[in-house]
Design a protein around this ligand. Structure first.
Ligand SMILES: Cc1ncc(COP(=O)(O)O)c(C=O)c1O
Length: 392
């Protein structure tokens, strides 16, 4: 085994020099689990207090609360380069996709959902739940390099396809999907496209005005630095006007304060996919997290994190580890094959290195607050626990 060669970074490009001080978790542990939950910024912590203070000072502050929801909507729209009216703010990805599913009609011949084997359980389960309503669901197996088999998937799309449901980055192995040819084929066949962006958003620069998907879902608690309780769905305006969800709530109505009970008049825009009282305590950290992310800048983050990802990959390969994430198709997360992934996560935790695992893989997910020392420490710890690595 070659000894691991340490990597350095030009200080100009090292975002952690400026920003790490705002993330106190690094005083305690080496945090590399942003694919599960982003590290908490001081401003995000403060936002929870702001919410509690507002309750103590004013009792109830409905005006401020509605304002927080609109701030989240506007910040998401800015991040994704779309209009606020195209963003639904939901309580989870699952809630957004369930609302979308309730708006789809599976009674005609065009009732097939074509999806992949790289989806998150929520997505697969929601589509299979629609089988009771007439949906037919086809999964396309992934390639041996863990990426979605684009050619096979395109061959499955035809005039019976209602929706193509794809993930951007696989939560299990970090494989990035080549979405452009899939979206093009779906459009040609007259099918809708749903993209699950959860493992990419906040770690990749996503211009939703250009990619052509009808719906893009995710949540703010991972690379977007927010808290559990806030999801989102981008909905293309032309598509939205033809879809009326039956899974709904009063915050999805055109005029929330009309308080009508004798009719249903949904909002004309993405808000029609929302539901009841917004997740107020989670909106405050969502605003703070998104503001922080936008201030750092997505281009800067993508460039910087790609250095960390590459150094991590090189280091793990140098110690003989086997990497599940394809080198030619990835975002921030790197998945490492393990003989016992839960034991490996626990072993790293004893070294104060926080990671997570799924399906035979250790997941290491750097963000802009990580640095080369974190990478070196992790590779050194993996070398120490090499018995838990599958070797290449
Ligand atoms: C890729 C992906 N999609 C969907 C989800 C589920 O999101 P939610 O719990 O907001 O429904 C996750 C959660 O980790 C995820 O990683």
């Amino acid at each position: 085994m070659k000894s691991y060669e340490r990597h350095t970074l030009d200080v100009k490009t090292d975002l952690s020099v400026k920003y790490r001080v705002d993330f106190p978790v690094f005083e305690h542990v080496t945090y590399l689990n942003s694919c599960s939950q982003g590290a908490i910024a001081k401003s995000v912590r403060q936002s929870f207090t702001t919410y509690l203070n507002s309750l103590e000072l004013h009792g109830s502050t409905w005006g401020d609360w509605a304002g927080q929801q609109e701030k989240v909507r506007a910040l998401l729209a800015k991040l994704f380069n779309v209009t606020p009216g195209e963003m639904a703010v939901t309580t989870s990805t699952s809630a957004a996709v369930s609302s979308l599913a309730s708006a789809l009609d599976f009674s005609s011949k065009r009732n097939r959902i074509v999806t992949t084997d790289n989806e998150f359980p929520a997505i697969g389960q929601i589509w299979h739940a629609q089988e009771r309503r007439g949906a037919r669901v086809t999964h396309v197996p992934s390639r041996s390099d863990n990426t979605v088999d684009v050619e096979k998937l395109i061959r499955e799309i035809n005039e019976e396809t209602l929706l193509v449901s794809i993930t951007l980055v696989c939560f299990r192995n970090g494989a990035l999907t080549d979405i452009a040819p899939i979206i093009e084929a779906a459009k040609k066949a007259g099918a809708l496209v749903l993209l699950d962006s959860y493992q990419g958003a906040g770690a990749m620069n996503l211009d939703l005005s250009k990619i052509g998907a009808d719906f893009v879902v995710g949540g703010v608690l991972k690379y977007m630095l927010g808290a559990p309780g806030v999801g989102y769905m981008y909905t293309k305006a032309e598509t939205t006007k033809n879809l009326i969800p039956s899974s709904t709530g009063w915050f999805a109505a055109k005029d929330i304060f009309k308080m009508g009970i004798h009719e249903y008049d949904p909002a004309i825009d993405a808000r029609r996919f929302e539901s009841g009282t917004p997740p107020i305590p989670s909106l405050y950290p969502a605003v703070a997290g998104l503001e922080y992310l936008l201030a750092v800048g997505m281009d800067e983050i993508v460039d910087y994190v790609s250095h960390l990802h590459d150094a991590l990959r090189t280091g793990i390969e140098e110690i003989g580890g086997s990497i599940a994430t394809p080198a030619h198709a990835h975002a921030a997360m790197l998945a490492v094959r393990s003989t016992d992934e839960n034991a490996l996560v626990a072993a790293l935790e004893t070294e104060k290195i926080i990671t997570s695992c799924r399906d035979g893989n250790l997941r290491i997910s750097p963000h802009f607050y990580n640095n080369m020392e974190d990478i070196d420490r992790t590779v050194t710890a993996l070398a120490k626990h090499k018995a838990l690595l599958k070797t290449s």
